[in-house]
Design a binder for this molecule. Structure first.
Ligand SMILES: [Cu+2]
Length: 143
């Protein structure tokens, strides 16, 4: 007899794998200047009351070949909203593997992402094509 928990676990693994495929694999083909599909705007959820973590709003600029600021510090539980703008002259990404974040920006483009800082530690932010050139940063989540 397979328990319901085991079945649920398998379903969760499949869903995560499919999501990862589309976020990482699906996006990868787009890197070199192919027209980007506009992602559906994220629902702007306002956090009601004070029960949840603080909403932290940060603006990051991507250019050749760095992020400004390069280090983002938040607290565990914070809702982190980051507006990323490509102020450079070539394509960049803002990618954090551990949070399934992979924003792809043509020159002049901005996009806002939001996620919950539900892990602690230091996570690498990078631009996929320019990581070897040192286009990296840190997301630091303190407990
Ligand atoms: Cu780049």
């Amino acid at each position: 007899m397979v328990s319901q928990k085991a079945v649920l676990g398998i379903v969760v693994v499949i869903v995560v794998a499919v999501a990862a495929f589309f976020l990482l694999g699906g996006g990868y083909g787009n890197i070199y200047g192919a027209p980007q599909q506009q992602e559906a705007p994220q629902a702007k959820e306002e956090v009601g009351g004070a029960a949840e973590g603080n909403v932290i709003e940060i603006e990051v600029e991507a250019t050749e070949y760095s992020f400004e600021p390069a280090t983002i510090r938040v607290k565990a539980g914070d809702v982190v909203r980051i507006k990323i703008t490509n102020v450079g002259n070539i394509f960049h990404t803002f990618t954090i593997d551990e949070f399934n974040i992979n924003v792809r920006l043509n020159p002049g483009q901005s996009e806002t992402i939001e996620f919950v800082a539900d892990k602690t530690g230091t996570f690498t932010i990078y631009c996929i094509p320019h990581k070897p050139l040192g286009m990296v940063g840190d997301l630091v989540i303190e407990g």
